[in-house]
Design a protein around this ligand. Structure first.
Ligand SMILES: *Cc1c(COP(=O)(O)O)cnc(C)c1O
Length: 346
């Protein structure tokens, strides 16, 4: 890996960050807080939240087996993705490389930040090789984005290929594990100390059932996390979100139960799907959704809408012609989907 100083944007490296009242005094012994121009009434929402979310991070650290200072929390994973660009990529100069097809936010953040986005097409089975990705890398490539299990294809990427990139690429490798709780694959979280160029993304939006609270996690070396903390908005994770997440982290067995149900349902729905008239193919899934090729995705999508059922039409995405991406719902919701498609005549 290149020196972090060489990878980071010079202005970010040199930045003197905003210092908030809560940064300057964060002890707990004091009882009179007259430092932040808050209203003394309407506790607890009158107070600014902890800018570094220490209590919440301690719980996450012990659950995930990492150190607190290896964690960044943001307003969804989307904030962490955007911070990769804002921290490391010089607009108009640097570039990033990503597999294609994959999660759309990487490209949107690249475009917003005026950073060239280089796509490397997956093979017909939605896998990639490190060698092919490296062909798109040049001296201005700051990061490679990988998503495993991948969205919208649903499959785990090959672990060995990811490791090869971590070992040969001199910039950052972002592994987005938004769906890792639904997968048998081993998380790259356990390899943070081995690879200083690794950034792992996870989220409360999927298995944790908290898309509404907007809480995303990035895990990386302390040095990388320090840079993110330097340029993030001071109070980027609000108090309501921190409290709800702390509450949920006290009963992680709830999440396990949900995942078990969803994995069983995934099995059932996928095996019913291959029997459907309109279904041409069901792709293997390691996530809480699956990709299916149908006879005519546009027609099938419109039919399902007419039945009050919304899925994602991915037909215009690379390698996904006539494909629908279907999220696993409750058993009742899945039954409705299957019933509707059983009586669907193209
Ligand atoms: C859903 C999803 C996320 C989650 O984003 P949030 O901003 O945390 O809700 C991240 N990455 C991928 C690949 C996703 O599909």
């Amino acid at each position: 890996m290149k020196e972090l100083k060489e990878l980071a944007r010079p202005n970010v490296w040199a930045l003197q960050p905003y210092s908030s009242a809560r940064d300057e005094y964060s002890g707990v012994e004091a009882s009179v807080f007259l430092d932040a121009n808050e209203n003394p009434f309407h506790a607890p929402y009158n107070r600014y939240p902890d800018p570094l979310q220490k209590e919440l991070k301690e719980l996450i650290a012990s659950l995930k087996g990492v150190r607190r200072k290896q964690i960044f929390l943001g307003n969804g994973s989307d904030e962490a993705i955007d911070l990769v660009f804002r921290t490391f990529c010089k607009p108009g100069v640097d570039n990033v490389v990503a597999i294609d097809p994959t999660y759309g936010m990487y490209q949107v953040c690249a475009d917003v930040n005026d950073v060239e986005y280089r796509k490397v097409l997956l093979d017909a089975n939605y896998h990639f090789t490190a060698d092919k990705v490296m062909l798109s890398v040049d001296e201005n490539t700051k990061a490679i984005f990988l998503c495993s299990p991948n969205n919208p294809t649903g499959n785990n990427l090959g672990r060995q290929e990811i490791e090869k990139l971590l070992e040969t690429f001199e910039g950052l490798v972002v592994v987005d594990e938004a769906y890792i709780d639904f997968s048998d694959a081993r998380s790259f979280l356990l390899d943070l100390d081995k690879y200083p160029n690794l950034i792992v993304l996870q989220t409360f939006s999927k298995a944790w059932g908290c898309a509404a609270i907007r809480l995303g996690m990035a895990f990386a070396s302390e040095a990388i996390i320090d840079l993110f903390n330097k340029i993030k908005y001071p109070y980027n994770v609000n108090e309501l979100t921190q409290r709800q997440a702390i509450e949920l982290l006290k009963s992680p067995e709830k999440v396990k139960e949900w995942v078990e149900i969803l994995l069983k349902e995934r099995e059932r729905v996928m095996s019913e799907f291959v029997k459907l008239n309109c279904c041409r193919r069901v792709f293997p899934s390691d996530a809480n959704f699956f990709l299916t090729k149908v006879k005519d995705a546009k027609l099938a999508y419109a039919y399902l809408v007419s039945q009050g059922i919304i899925v994602r039409n991915r037909t215009n995405i690379a390698l996904c012609g006539d494909c629908l991406r279907i999220t696993i719902g409750t058993p009742e919701e899945n039954d409705k989907l299957l019933e509707a498609l059983k009586s669907y005549i193209e």
